[in-house]
Design a binder for this molecule. Structure first.
Ligand SMILES: [Zn+2]
Length: 266
């Protein structure tokens, strides 16, 4: 039997992070690394398939990942650093929103820095995050610092610490509903389902009906085996997004929840 196939060779600059797979939704370890795919026979690489790339957030469960050509890595990193610099200058000037050059949209500094901590981390530029902390501390930017630290802890798999930072960030946030939603997601990843439900309730009280909040809540009510409440929440989801009725997987969940709720009522 001839063993042939293709795989990544020359793997280096490996960064392991924790988070949710954008493709399959699995929460766990994600792998980012440089490498190049080669066709092999008996595991001897013979033919390069494509250019060297940096693979970003490869999921262990479904193997999906995004990638950028290694030749573009410096350009991407420079652009990321420039964006962070614009944001930092706004924070240092005492602002909590800012605009990127040539863009009309006003971005919230805390959420922006939070997502860019992830970019720097998976691009293997963790040293930049330390510098970011120093600048935020020097500027007395408590909220931005908490948002950045919560992401950093989550990436390192320290979910309870991540939650603690976000709990503190909620009080200082000018958009607490979004921060509460992020907090509820962290609680869910940490298996703290009762706190997911109470945090989602706070979020709905502040911002009104929101499908993603209800869906998050329904998942945790399942874990808590509170089917009557779950059934109620799933009905809300259908009201908000009637298209869900054509989603077989979702409707299976609705039916299961209704049956279990009926059983609980007997
Ligand atoms: Zn996946």
């Amino acid at each position: 039997m001839i063993v042939y196939g293709s795989r990544m060779y020359g793997v280096r600059n490996v960064v392991l992070s924790h988070g949710e797979c954008e493709k399959c939704g699995h929460y766990g370890e994600l792998k980012s690394y440089d490498g190049r795919r080669w066709g092999h026979i008996y595991f001897i690489p013979l033919i390069p398939e494509g250019k060297p790339v940096r693979i970003l957030k490869e999921c262990k469960k479904c193997n999906s990942a995004s990638s950028i050509p290694l030749a573009d890595l410096d350009k991407v990193l420079t652009a990321t650093r420039e964006s962070v610099e614009h944001c930092l200058q706004a924070v240092e000037a005492g602002k909590n929103h800012f605009q990127l050059p040539g863009q009309a949209e006003k971005l919230p500094t805390g959420h922006f820095l939070r997502s860019h901590v992830e970019s720097l981390f998976i691009l293997s530029a963790a040293a930049d995050i330390e510098v970011l902390y120093q600048r935020l501390e020097a500027a007395g930017a408590g909220h931005e610092l908490l948002m950045a630290q919560s992401m950093h802890c989550e990436l390192c798999g320290e979910l309870n610490d991540s939650a603690t930072f976000l709990e503190q960030a909620v009080d200082e946030s000018d958009d607490p509903a979004v921060t509460l939603y992020l907090l509820a997601r962290i609680y869910q990843s940490a298996g703290r389902h009762a706190e997911v439900v109470s945090t989602c309730e706070k979020c709905l009280n502040l911002a009104g009906d929101d499908l993603s909040v209800y869906l998050l809540m329904a998942d945790s009510l399942d874990a808590l085996q509170d089917y009557p409440r779950q059934n109620e929440i799933l009905q809300k989801c259908v009201q908000l997004a009637p298209d869900l009725q054509t989603n077989k997987k979702f409707m299976k969940l609705v039916n299961k929840s209704r049956k279990k709720a009926e059983k609980a009522a007997r």
